[in-house]
Design a protein around this ligand. Structure first.
Ligand code: MG
Length: 161
């Protein structure tokens, strides 16, 4: 079993669509980024690369590379999944935590779990989305940014635990 951790934070700005966990969420702002700015997908990709001991997404998908401009971040996770498969490994489970003052995440939770289970090619009961506000503290609390953490375990095969 291998374990990896990922973290990401992006600035909330006007004039962008908000994508979290591969789901478009109606909101007045969106996350700034070279890609679609989906911090959940970025944290997941980093967690998978961490479990593989293969660096981070900045190394694999530089934000100076035009081919990743406005890319759906689920595509980045799928590219990392090919590296997982290359090692004869599979995703065992993924747990994520979204830190956002607004909007409410819970109405979109099931859709995110469904999307992530498809992207990661695992059953829905192996993917979790958690969300919390930060009680108005700091840049996230002021609604200037959204962050996400992810932990992923990889195994030789899907183990029944
Ligand atoms: Mg990012």
């Amino acid at each position: 079993m291998r374990v990896g951790i990922g973290y990401d934070i992006h600035r909330l700005v006007d004039g962008r669509k908000l994508f979290l966990g591969g789901v478009e969420i109606p909101y007045v702002k969106g996350l700034l980024g070279h890609s679609d700015g989906d911090v959940v997908m970025h944290a997941l990709a980093d967690a998978m690369l961490g479990a593989l001991a293969l660096g981070d997404i900045g190394l694999h998908f530089p934000d100076t590379d035009p081919q990743y401009k406005d890319i759906s971040s689920g595509e980045l996770v799928k590219k990392v999944l090919t590296l997982v498969k290359k090692r004869n490994l599979v995703v065992n489970n993924a747990d994520t935590m979204i830190l956002a003052e607004e909007p409410k995440i819970h109405p979109f939770r099931d859709k995110m779990v469904e999307t992530l289970s498809k992207v990661l090619n695992v059953a829905k009961d192996r993917v979790n989305i958690k969300a919390t506000t930060v009680e108005g503290v700091g840049s996230i609390g002021k609604g200037e940014a959204i962050a996400a953490y992810a932990v992923v375990t990889l195994g030789r095969e899907e183990v029944d635990i």
